[in-house]
Design a protein around this ligand. Structure first.
Ligand code: BMA
Length: 311
């Protein structure tokens, strides 16, 4: 079973580039969801001369999930006055979860010298975004909420720094603010593609067999440069601190030119997907920290394949 064979790249990739937003020099890591009858991406946009890496978050929308238009105005802007100013400098890697009918956005706010913290936000209309709270201590890059409560509690995945380089953890909360019962569920792997760090991609997908988690694996010094791949694993439906299957293969690795050449070469970094009613998963991913591309796979086939690698 070769997992990469289950994933199909869209033939006209990339679907969004800096040319789609004049003035920018990169449109990449994006959250993805559906809102009313539209597909929405929350896109990290970099602008020369902006703070940090110059990144802010913009909304892109589409009727077909392929042809997107980016709105020129910033949806989450850096350096806004208020309680969250300290870390709100370089905004990137948003993720979104629709939970109890509301849209929750999480992103790692980054201030060089201070660190990286997870911020929780919400939006009702994808026009304005309210920052609600920091939900992690530094350094923690990637909180993503599960789309429903499990045994009465909210659940999230994240990737604090410093545990074997960067491992994936699950935590629980009675509200969305006070998190605890932290458990490490996945340390970096033993393969070249995931040996340095691992972290969650978009929100876990509920299936009959368990929660399918798409995650990124980072290779370090074992390759000439680090490279980002995407992998999958399954968590127990009732107890998501239990990994029930975890293939040692990746599902996508940098292969096409647009994935291999760019601001950061050899990067496939997904922070969002949409599951269609017919079981097709549209996986949106940033290629080489430069542009956004689309790949698809069938959910049932991926779950079956993943379950061939029980833990
Ligand atoms: C991560 C983040 C992402 C970036 C990725 C690959 O650490 O900085 O924003 O896409 O590295 O460069």
């Amino acid at each position: 079973m070769i997992l990469t064979q289950l994933v199909k790249r869209y033939e006209n990739n990339p679907i969004l580039t800096a040319k789609d937003l004049p003035g920018s020099d990169g449109v990449f890591n994006c959250a993805a969801t559906k809102f009313k009858d539209k597909y929405i991406l929350l896109v990290s946009v970099s602008v020369p001369g902006g703070p940090g890496n110059g990144r802010a978050i913009h909304v892109a929308e589409s009727s077909d999930g392929i042809n997107f238009k980016i709105r020129p105005e910033q949806f989450i802007a850096p350096e806004q006055p208020g309680p969250f100013t300290d870390f709100d400098y370089d905004l990137c890697d948003p993720r979104i979860t629709c939970l109890e009918g509301k849209y929750y956005i999480t992103y790692p706010a980054h201030k060089p010298g201070l660190g990286i913290v997870g911020v929780l936000c919400t939006t009702e209309d994808f026009v304005t975004c309210q920052r609600l709270e920091y939900i992690s201590l530094p350094h923690n890059r990637v909180p993503i909420l599960f789309p429903e409560k499990i045994k009465g509690q909210y659940v999230r995945l994240d990737r604090p720094y410093g545990f074997y380089g960067g491992s994936m953890w699950v935590s629980f909360a009675n509200d969305l603010y006070y998190w605890g019962r932290h458990r490490m569920i996945l340390p970096p792997g033993k393969q070249v593609w995931n040996c340095e760090k691992v972290g969650p991609s978009g929100p876990p997908i509920k299936t009959e067999k368990g929660w399918l988690v798409i995650y990124h694996g980072v290779s370090g010094a074992m390759m000439a440069n680090s490279a980002y791949h995407q992998g999958v694993m399954m968590l127990d439906l009732e107890d998501p601190s239990k990994v029930i299957a975890c293939p040692n293969q990746y599902i996508m690795g940098p292969q096409e030119l647009y994935e291999r050449i760019g601001r950061v070469p050899n990067v496939i970094f997904s922070t969002g997907h949409v599951v269609e009613p017919d079981g097709e998963v549209k996986l949106y991913y940033a290629a080489a920290d430069t542009c956004i591309a689309l790949a698809t796979f069938n959910l049932e086939e991926m779950v079956e394949a993943c379950m061939q690698f029980p833990v």
